[in-house]
Design a protein around this ligand. Structure first.
Ligand code: MFK
Length: 568
């Protein structure tokens, strides 16, 4: 009997293989713009499936190394990264992953174009997308808050398409006391002439090999808490390329993102320049955080796309019980669920990109600005969780092969997990959504926009889907009206269900709008597929509304079973 060897999954052009992306852009971009940007996206899709996928595997296999001393005992703190990792950065510059948004060739639509590029780039980037997120966020902060001299120095590097002059930026927000409670930042800024010197330590600094960073510090004498923090710009190396006032303590040994150098740092007098108003550091860095949160959503969606593409390809190659997996109804049903999650995440992310582009070019209305403020934490939280669940589902679709490192599959799950953690965990983001709803009064614009989207479901099979989505959004809104005035634990306990429920309802409404648009376009196959996705998402994937279990004491008893509470 001939021996059996299984073929692994193969990647093909990731633009051509992604109907959800192409159809979403066809709805959101005018035909002439899509015709102009389409060929570049197709060539990036080819690169992502070929050259970049190989580089990503090589970068993953050759993680960064911290070299604290040179051969003669001098402290050097070099971080050595692989040539593959460096090449992926160079490709980011060549492909204008950051620059596209700031060149604004297509005005407010430039963010959509850029997000399509990022979405194709990320899954074959070994998470070089992380430094790019921080680079983009830093560019936006400098564009808005830096003085002319600083903007003229740094922005041309951050927005360069030339790998030789392209800079990435770090964003150092996390200290030992925590990454969420940024107000506990202990780094101190001491005045030194017109500039400052920073002293303190940073606990998680991703992309430590970047030439510059933005970070928070407390001016000497400023009050404790977040209102005492100011944002600073610094360059890590002097003209000779040596670290100035920065010591690398060690690199983190992480579950995933292994090609990405993430370090613990000690700052001992690194020269820095203030950015934005003193004492407004958190509010200023929030601009950066909102950009990186949208990147996170885009990369989470790209992860889902990759998981789906690999699982779909494998379903045609792998036979079990006498048939390909693609002929097993339950297997296909499982992948259809994954496809619906991916399509919803995609719609939500690209709606955020559309709003972001409008805001940055001054075209957004007040309602659109409030909507973006609320959708940003929601999209980050929802898609981060979808990516983790989707990557796990995809691995299961490969059986044991999904659990074996040299298939290249487990990295999907290891790298997805961070998407739900960094840039704000689900709970931090859910609480941020409450803040946005309260301070920016962002809920009415979201509900109004959801109604506008659902109004496209005039008759036919989308009506029932629209009804369900409206019900979920209505339950979130009713809970908010009932609970927000009281505040307290009941409000906090419902935050997750509120944020995720609104996110699913709004993403579902976008799927309904996409489907209604496809029906109007008159291509029967596209229309029936889009209608099926919207219905599936609305029927099978909605979450429980907030307020179902709002008993904080019962939750405490359940978790701690009568153990004494500490530090309440
Ligand atoms: C592949 C994708 C790549 C992603 C790259 C990631 C790599 C980077 C690794 C990291 O750096 S991870 C660390 C990330 N850290 C965080 O995400 C921080 C999480 N914590 C929060 O977001 C907290 O909610 C926050 C620090 C903001 C809470 O601090 P406070 O001081 O209690 O906030 P407060 O008082 O609510 O807000 C202070 C001001 O900021 C207010 O403005 P005003 O002073 O004018 O009233 C807020 O309105 C404003 N603000 C806060 N969050 C905002 C915001 N404004 C706009 N958007 C927001 N999101």
């Amino acid at each position: 009997m001939a021996e059996f060897f299984q073929d692994g999954p193969r990647l093909s052009n990731t633009w051509d293989g992604d109907r959800a992306l192409r159809r979403c852009l066809a709805r959101l971009l005018p035909a002439d713009v899509l015709a102009e940007v389409g060929p570049g996206l197709r060539s990036l899709g080819a690169r992502a499936a070929g050259e970049m996928a190989e580089l990503a595997a090589a970068a993953e296999a050759s993680p960064p190394r911290h070299v604290p001393f040179d051969a003669w005992g001098r402290r050097v703190d070099r971080i050595e990264t692989s040539p593959a990792w460096e090449r992926l950065h160079a490709i980011a510059a060549e492909e204008g992953i950051v620059a596209t948004a700031y060149e604004r060739r297509h005005g407010p639509l430039s963010r959509l174009h850029q997000f399509a590029r990022l979405y194709l780039y990320h899954p074959s980037s070994a998470i070089a997308s992380c430094p790019l997120a921080m680079t983009d966020g830093a560019a936006r902060v400098l564009e808005l808050f830096a003085d002319e001299e600083l903007a003229a120095r740094a922005l041309p590097h951050l927005l360069s398409r030339d790998p030789a002059t392209f800079w990435t930026s770090g964003q150092w927000m996390t200290e030992r006391a925590g990454g969420s409670d940024v107000g506990d930042t202990a780094t101190v800024a001491r005045r030194d002439g017109a500039r400052f010197r920073l002293h303190g330590s940073k606990w998680f600094t991703s992309a430590t090999s970047a030439p510059m960073a933005l970070t928070l510090a407390r001016l000497e004498g400023a009050p404790a808490g977040s209102r005492g923090l100011t944002l600073f710009y610094l360059e890590l190396r002097d003209e000779r390329g040596e670290l100035q006032g920065v010591r690398v303590l060690r690199l983190k040994d992480k579950l995933g993102t292994r090609a990405l150098p993430t370090a613990e740092l000690e700052l001992d007098g690194v020269p820095a320049r203030q950015v934005g108003e003193a004492g407004r550091g958190v509010a200023t860095v929030a601009t950066l955080l909102n950009v990186t949160r949208l990147y996170n959503a885009c990369c989470a969606t790209g992860t889902l796309a990759r998981a789906l593409q690999l699982a779909r390809d494998y379903a045609r190659r792998r036979r079990a019980f006498g048939r390909p997996l693609a002929a097993h109804a339950l297997h296909v049903e499982t992948l259809a669920g994954l496809a619906a999650e991916h399509a919803a995440a995609l719609q939500l992310t690209f709606r955020c990109a559309e709003l972001c582009g409008r805001e940055e070019t001054g075209e957004a209305t007040a309602a659109e600005r409030a909507l973006l403020r609320l959708l940003t934490p929601i999209a980050k939280a929802l898609t981060g969780r979808q990516a983790v669940a989707g990557a796990a589902e995809a691995l299961e679709a490969f059986g044991g092969a999904g659990y074996v490192e040299d298939t290249g599959l487990p990295v999907l799950l290891r790298d997805a997990q961070v998407l739900a953690i960094w840039e704000g965990t689900t709970n931090v983001l859910a609480l941020d959504a409450l803040r946005a709803a309260a301070r920016e009064e962002a809920l009415p614009p979201l509900v109004a926009d959801l109604e506008r989207l659902l109004a496209a479901a005039r008759g036919g099979p989308l009506v029932e889907a629209a009804h369900r989505l409206r019900q979920l959004a209505g339950a979130c809104q009713a809970w908010w009206r009932r609970t927000a005035p009281e505040g307290g634990e009941a409000l906090e306990m419902g935050a997750r269900a509120f944020a995720l429920g609104l996110g699913r309802a709004y993403a579902g409404a976008l799927l309904v709008a996409q489907a209604a648009w496809e029906v109007e376009q008159g291509d029967g196959e596209e229309a029936s597929s889009a209608v099926a996705v919207a219905r599936r998402f609305a029927e099978a994937h909605l979450s429980a509304p907030p307020g179902l279990s709002a008993d904080a004491d019962a939750a405490r008893r359940l978790v701690f079973a009568g153990e004494p509470e500490e530090g309440a």
